[in-house]
Design a protein around this ligand. Structure first.
Ligand SMILES: C[S@@+](CC[C@H](N)C(=O)[O-])C[C@H]1O[C@@H](n2cnc3c(N)ncnc32)[C@H](O)[C@@H]1O
Length: 308
């Protein structure tokens, strides 16, 4: 983690991965963002899962194991589990071990017959699923548009890798944020109460604690904007004045106004999601959006080998 942070701060345009947002406080702040009026993705995805949970279950078929990637608080999965009566094992995978443990405890209480096997892992590195019963049909649930945090090349590689891990006939339920009016997008990442700003700055607090940087979080201002050419929302932390940040023997100088790029959230169209998933060997069974067409949930079955 130290090396990755040092590499990002040494880059010509300083950048850090959005995965560093998520310590226990970062996960709580993310949850708080989902309650703000401006942050539509969670509301829209919940709306789709509530209205179409049974349709999604029908489209992907019966599953014995349900794996959730970037599961966080696992708030959405009950809407699927209640329509998938054959699921015996639920495997939430997340980088934030504290939130994962709390969520696993809650799910065990809510679904007493369910075996919950939390996996604390960084999905951007090597990761492994626990041994599941052989021939247990597996469905992967990847909600929250977390795939959108990966740039297109990494998103392709990630889904291809997922395709290789799954067996023919296994399923995927993918929740992804869609392109829309930039004003709606920008408002969602810059709420007036400043919750998103606190979430952005908390990355610096997290890194100070875990890798020993000496960021002064108050000396960075939150910014979010739509980058139309790249089809993504970007969040940055803009340096208020010239300053130097240290990490072990390294010193990283920030000019006044220089930004540290912390979040990239790519927005998709159904066609671009189809291209990504088809490349990884998944065939779309069905697709739903909320009434405004702001968020999409697709159900896929792994029908072929990922494109080499
Ligand atoms: C945008 S939040 C979505 C949370 C939840 N799935 C939802 O839909 O509300 C992203 C989640 O992915 C997790 N995450 C981000 N990067 C990760 C990584 N590299 N490996 C594992 N989990 C990661 C975060 O901890 C967080 O819980």
């Amino acid at each position: 983690m130290r090396d990755e942070v040092a590499r990002g701060l040494a880059a010509p345009h300083k950048t850090l991965s959005p995965k560093f947002f998520y310590d226990a406080l970062g996960s709580k702040l993310f949850e708080a963002i989902t309650y703000t009026d401006a942050y539509y993705p969670t509301r829209c995805e919940m709306q789709i899962l509530t209205a179409h949970g049974a349709d999604i279950a029908r489209a992907i078929g019966p599953a014995v194991a349900l794996v959730e990637l970037g599961s966080g608080q696992s708030t959405k999965v009950p809407l699927l589990l209640s329509h998938l009566p054959d699921v015996r094992a639920y495997v939430p995978v997340d980088i934030d071990a504290a939130t994962l443990t709390e969520a696993a405890r809650r799910l065990r209480r809510q679904f007493p017959g369910l075996t919950v096997v939390p996996v604390a892992a960084d999905l951007s590195g090597p990761w492994a699923l626990p041994d599941l019963p052989e021939h247990a049909r597996t469905v992967v649930f990847y909600p929250g548009s977390t795939l959108g945090n990966l740039d297109p090349a990494h998103a392709t590689a990630f889904l291809d890798d997922l395709g290789r891990r799954l067996a023919p006939g296994d399923g995927l339920v993918l929740g992804i944020d869609l392109e829309k009016d930039p004003a709606v997008l920008e408002a969602a990442y810059d709420d007036p109460a400043g919750v998103t700003a606190a979430f952005n700055r908390n990355m610096l607090v997290h890194l100070n604690r875990v890798v020993g940087t000496d960021f002064a979080p108050r000396r960075f201002a939150h910014e979010a904007f739509w980058n139309a050419d790249a089809h993504r929302i970007e969040m940055h932390l803009r340096s208020l004045g010239a300053q130097v940040v240290h990490l072990g023997p390294h010193a990283f100088a920030f000019d006044d106004g220089e930004t540290l790029h912390t979040e990239r959230s790519y927005k998709y169209t159904r066609e671009r999601v189809d291209a990504l998933t088809a490349h990884a060997g998944f065939a779309r069974q069905a697709w739903w959006t909320d009434p405004q067409g702001w968020f999409g949930v697709g159900a896929y079955v792994r029908t072929s080998e990922p494109t080499p």
